[in-house]
Write a protein that binds this ligand. Structure first.
Ligand SMILES: Cc1ncc(COP(=O)(O)O)c(C=O)c1O
Length: 386
């Protein structure tokens, strides 16, 4: 008889809050501003290229590290943005979304007993992979309301067991971005230590108000001990295609690829061909930040007359709102109530934390058409007036 109970490797991991809130939104026919994906399609030219490459017969396994022409065009892009000459042969690996890149990078580095510092609120996939590798998460709480890092306090979290620090810039869920000085402080803290950095930069193109995105690749000493992860899903409104990539120095990439090849082996071939063609035009990324900045501003205008208070957002397609003027409930209870009773689904920020917090904030995704944002705005202004 097979056992009917199982000793879980992840006893505290439940169904992700994104699935839970989306299911609740469907059940109550709420406007779904919870899960982070666009409700519009990737650019028509990119879709046409995917079809074209399927018809041309590019439908079998791609090379394990990724299509060479895609890696080459990515190297040119990063040379342009960071001035770093990344070697496409030995330093770039195409992955099944950033999720796989993160899984493989964490698995490459973390051994049982290692400590991994996460800056909370933190994207929810990191801690689960750390746990699977036998590592321990050491959470550092970003400082509300600007979600900044107090570097002296952060330094106290580093011990002899710290093997990895995972950062996310621009940051989901808070919409903050790091200044040059933040990166320099990190660079100084990790020097002379045997530890690594993963920089999750899936929202690198979504930075607003004329500010600049600083990447791990802008800091060569940090890059020597780091992995930077990216997602075409976020950049080209194609989250369902699950294609991303990871850049790391050669000695880390060769270890990364040992795991990548037995995780997925290789990634969607026609999409890689299409992206390689599409990215030949250096203007491809142009206009993305103004496109999303306009959406952020549209949302802010739509919700201006309601009792939710925006927290400044400098990047990503997420906007936080403080609801303390409406309710003292926990953010999970408030998000459920907002979905069921008011008809707008959002994400409680506590889902991104391992410890309790008394902040009263929820996350709204503004990667939605104006029609959807306007419907949410009129509902919230009517039912929760300022
Ligand atoms: C911060 C962050 N990292 C990684 C991912 C996963 O990216 P992908 O869909 O390419 O796997 C997401 C998706 O929401 C994210 O917000």
């Amino acid at each position: 008889m097979p056992a009917t109970t199982f000793n879980s490797k992840l006893p505290s991991t439940a169904t992700s809050i994104f699935s839970v809130m989306s299911a609740l939104a469907r059940e109550h026919q709420a406007i779904n501003l919870s899960q982070g994906f666009p409700n519009y399609d990737p650019p028509a030219a990119l879709r046409a290229l995917v079809s074209e490459h399927m018809e041309k017969g590019h439908n079998q396994y791609a090379p394990m590290p990724g299509l060479p022409q895609l890696r080459e065009v990515l190297a040119s892009k990063h040379l342009e943005s960071s001035g770093l000459a990344v070697n496409p042969g030995t330093q770039i690996t195409v992955t099944s979304g950033a999720t796989e890149a993160l899984y493989v990078a964490i698995t490459t580095v973390v051994r049982p007993g290692d400590e991994v510092i996460l800056l909370e609120p933190a994207y929810d996939s990191y801690s689960t992979v750390v746990e699977l590798c036998g590592g321990t998460v050491v959470p550092y709480q970003l400082k509300y309301p600007d979600y900044s890092v107090d570097w002296a306090e952060f330094a106290e979290h580093i011990t002899d067991k710290t093997r990895l620090i995972i950062i996310n810039n621009p940051h989901n869920p808070t919409g903050t971005i790091w200044s040059k000085s933040d990166w320099e402080q990190l660079e100084q803290l990790v020097q002379d230590r045997d530890l690594y950095v993963i920089s999750d930069e899936v929202y690198e193109q979504l930075v607003y108000d004329g500010q600049r995105h600083y990447s791990l690749l802008d800091f060569p000493k940090l890059f020597q001990r780091g992995f930077a992860t990216y997602s075409f899903g976020k950049t080209f409104h194609s989250t369902g295609w699950k294609v991303g990539y990871c850049i790391a120095p050669g000695y880390l990439t060769s270890e990364f690829r040992k795991i990548h090849q037995f995780t997925v082996f290789s990634v969607n071939t026609p999409v890689q061909f299409a992206l390689a063609d599409y990215l030949q035009d250096p203007e491809t990324y142009g206009g993305l930040s103004s496109f999303y900045q306009a959406k952020r501003d549209y949302l802010l205008n739509q919700l201006a007359g309601c009792a939710l208070r925006p927290v400044p957002c400098a990047g990503t397609y997420f906007q936080l709102y403080d609801y303390s003027a409406i309710s003292k409930d926990s953010d999970v209870d408030f998000a459920r109530w907002l979905t069921k009773e008011i008809g707008v689904a959002v994400i409680p920020v506590s889902a991104f934390r391992s410890v309790e917090s008394d902040e009263r904030v929820v996350r709204i995704c503004f990667a939605k058409t104006e029609e959807v944002l306007a419907a949410a705005g009129s509902t919230l202004r009517e039912k929760l007036p300022a």
